[in-house]
Design a protein around this ligand. Sequence first.
Ligand code: CIR
Length: 253
Amino acid sequence: MFKNVIVKKPGKSYVNGLTTSDLGEPNYDKLLVQHEAYIEALKQCKVTVKELPASEDFPDSTFVEDTAVLTPDFAVITNPGAPSRNAEIQEMEPVLKEFYTDIRYIKAPGTLDGGDVLQIDDHFYIGISARTNETGATQLKKILESRGYKATIVPLKEFFHLKTGVAYLGNNLIVAAREFIDHPDFTQYDKIIVSDENEYSANCIRVNDYVIIPKGYPETKKQMNDREYQTIEVEMTEFQKHDGGLSCLSLRF
Ligand code: CIR
């Protein structure tokens, strides 16, 4: 069960953030409406939502997930791999200190984005990507193993972040797209397989009694509902334009 969630309002500078997509320029008003709806969806999942104010200095800082990896008893502050995003951790550190006394750090030359870290029960999967390097992944693995968790490092082939293509819904069930469908590290899990056209919906989040999924993916929703998961759909178009998925917008713990 998650009790708390941290989110950060997108600033006007969001439109100047990083992107590899060709989906066009985000509409700021629509972005704010979508962010509000995301917060409402979280509240429906019965978590307490801490809403941080926008930070114009960091256009991508609404994607708070990349700044930390959280467990019930300790937090790890990451060292985000994109230079324009790295100092976002300085704004997140005092917030995490309100919740945690035990805080560890990923240190240079290690880099790590929280979007590359997926927790499946007591096992963490850590992607190596354009943002997370082997040194950062190994640092996190050691921290987690020293606290009794298992950790596996997964070099990515196609996806931007690990969680862009795989999510965990509980009960040994993962949602997998593309390179994760037949990936040797995930053979032990049951799978909802997402087709290439629907790959954006592989990034979804189970929060207590619900799975929050992006709107517009009825096949993925049906597969979840058929397995008796209750879903909440939220519009994500303006975040998708800047490579952001549902998980990126929150830290859940
Ligand atoms: C970036 O390039 O860093 C942002 N525009 C998107 C970050 C998405 N975060 C995530 O997948 N965890």
